[in-house]
Design a binder for this molecule. Structure first.
Ligand SMILES: Cc1cc2nc3c(=O)[nH]c(=O)nc-3n(C[C@H](O)[C@H](O)[C@H](O)COP(=O)(O)O)c2cc1C
Ligand SMILES: Nc1ncnc2c1ncn2[C@@H]1O[C@H](COP(=O)(O)OP(=O)(O)OP(=O)(O)O)[C@@H](O)[C@H]1O
Length: 326
């Protein structure tokens, strides 16, 4: 496994058949799916798989795909709720032992359900049980479904369990529903679906340092891989991510936008004013949990007016996040 990655890639292995299984694989319960964001429905399937693995003396594994199958199928890639590394971290937090990733390329997209079940699930991952949600589809043209998996298991020697869909009065929780909530700036709805606030991540970059002159220095996050909510101002909880640890850092008032008060045609930035924090964070890896949307981005007549509004945002951030834990 590549150092520092909480998951293991199956790409070469699945293409070079004679190389056999990845090392040290044990008889397993395998949860299969994109699992983007690991929302509450995914979490229920994962927890149930971990319990069954314990009961039956098996190892609980995840098999997921990268990039998202849409890319190969000619559809635009949906914005990511969580990176592969974060998905693996969340799955492991629920008790999953190993997370395997199969590169989803044009060739893999042509695999029939039988080949998928036989070559990947049984021969590589030693699956004795497969755990999926009722709506799971797999194989070329998405022709495989739960009953297909049951039939395949009967001939290949594994048991398939379908977890009842988990949801609320508006329907099952899904990655698409979480994306729609984020796109609408409904961070409480996103949190309801995900079971935790949507999080952005990135490395702190140099900004224009204008924030200092107005009394609100900000950390600028570069290359955020996760889906951004719409431009505007948000109350956030900020953590610092280290190689083997994640630590609470500060409450943050975050601005996403093009800063119309400062200039015309500026690039979009994601920047956070950290409350009660003083220190150098250039190069630090941060995780920003987006709890609530405060307002849209506005163009103020001058920096004094912007400064007064940011002070209000900060007070509002404190109020909203009072008593909230990281
Ligand atoms: C809580 C907060 C709210 C902000 N709201 C706005 C806004 O409504 N309009 C705007 O033009 N810029 C807004 N900004 C962005 C500021 O213009 C920006 O922080 C400032 O220009 C400093 O930029 P710098 O990173 O280049 O130093 C906001 C920033 C923060 C931290
Ligand atoms: N609400 C849910 N309850 C139980 N299981 C679910 C739920 N949503 C998805 N699953 C199961 O979790 C696994 C991974 O699902 P996947 O990430 O592919 O779907 P999804 O969350 O519905 O995403 P999308 O909205 O992009 O279709 C599948 O086995 C799927 O059936």
């Amino acid at each position: 496994m590549a150092k520092g990655l909480p998951y293991e890639r199956l790409d070469q292995i699945s293409e070079i058949d004679e190389s056999g299984a990845p090392s040290d694989v044990r008889p397993s319960v395998v949860v299969v799916g994109n699992l983007d964001g690991i929302h509450r429905g995914h979490a229920a399937v994962l927890r149930a798989a971990v319990q069954r693995a314990e009961r039956d003396g098996l190892s609980p594994y995840v098999l997921t795909f990268d990039p998202h199958p849409s890319v190969v199928l000619g559809r635009p890639e949906p914005p990511r709720l969580a990176t592969l590394a974060r998905r693996a971290e969340l799955a492991k937090g629920l008790g999953i032992e190993r997370v395997f990733v199969r590169t989803f390329d044009g060739e893999f997209a042509t695999w029939k359900p039988l080949r998928f079940a036989k070559e990947l699930l049984v021969q590589k991952l030693f699956a004795h049980e497969i755990s999926i949600g009722q709506n799971f589809r797999f194989g070329a043209g998405a022709e495989g479904d739960f009953s297909k998996m049951v039939t395949l298991g009967e001939s290949l020697g594994f048991v398939t369990t379908a977890h009842a869909l988990v949801g609320d009065e508006r329907g099952p929780f899904s990655s698409s529903r979480a994306r729609a909530a984020i796109a609408a700036g409904q961070m409480d709805e996103a949190e309801h679906i995900l079971g935790r606030p949507h999080a952005l991540s990135g490395v702190v970059q140099e900004g224009r340092k204008l924030g200092r002159t107005i009394g609100f220095p900000t950390v600028n996050l570069g290359n955020v891989p996760e889906m951004l909510p719409p431009d505007g101002i948000y109350a956030t909880l900020v953590e610092q991510v280290f190689d083997d640890d994640v630590r609470a850092l500060a409450l943050g008032a975050m601005s996403i936008g093009v800063r119309p008060t400062v200039g015309e045609g500026l690039e979009r930035t994601v920047e956070v004013f950290l409350l009660d924090f003083d220190g150098d964070l250039y190069g630090a890896h941060l995780r920003v949990h987006v709890v609530a949307r405060l307002r849209g981005e506005e163009r103020f007549p001058d920096l004094e007016a912007l400064k007064a509004k940011i002070a209000e945002d900060v007070a509002e951030t404190r109020r909203i996040l009072a008593g909230r834990h990281f």
